[in-house]
Design a protein around this ligand. Structure first.
Ligand SMILES: [Zn+2]
Length: 80
């Protein structure tokens, strides 16, 4: 069973689709059970899409900055 820390460690590879099927399944299992990580994964995915210019309906800037703040806080907490 993955912890949130494990999940965050694998998140960027997961979003880059650089993880193998087994790891991917574990990460997906974790997000179905952990709303916190689900939000982080979803937010990060959307943010990446916007940065890559692939999202035709970008979220409003004030929403994005709020999400990014939450994400940064989470990442900062992980570094402690
Ligand atoms: Zn989690």
């Amino acid at each position: 069973m993955l912890t949130c820390k494990d999940f965050l460690n694998e998140l960027s590879d997961y979003l880059d689709e650089c993880v193998d099927a087994e790891v991917r399944a574990k990460l997906e299992e974790h997000i179905t059970e952990c709303p916190n990580c689900w939000v982080i994964a979803d937010t990060t995915k959307k943010t990446i899409r916007i940065y890559k210019g692939m999202d035709p309906h970008p979220i409003p800037p004030e929403v994005e900055s709020r999400l990014m703040q939450a994400l940064e806080k989470k990442i900062a907490a992980r570094r402690k």
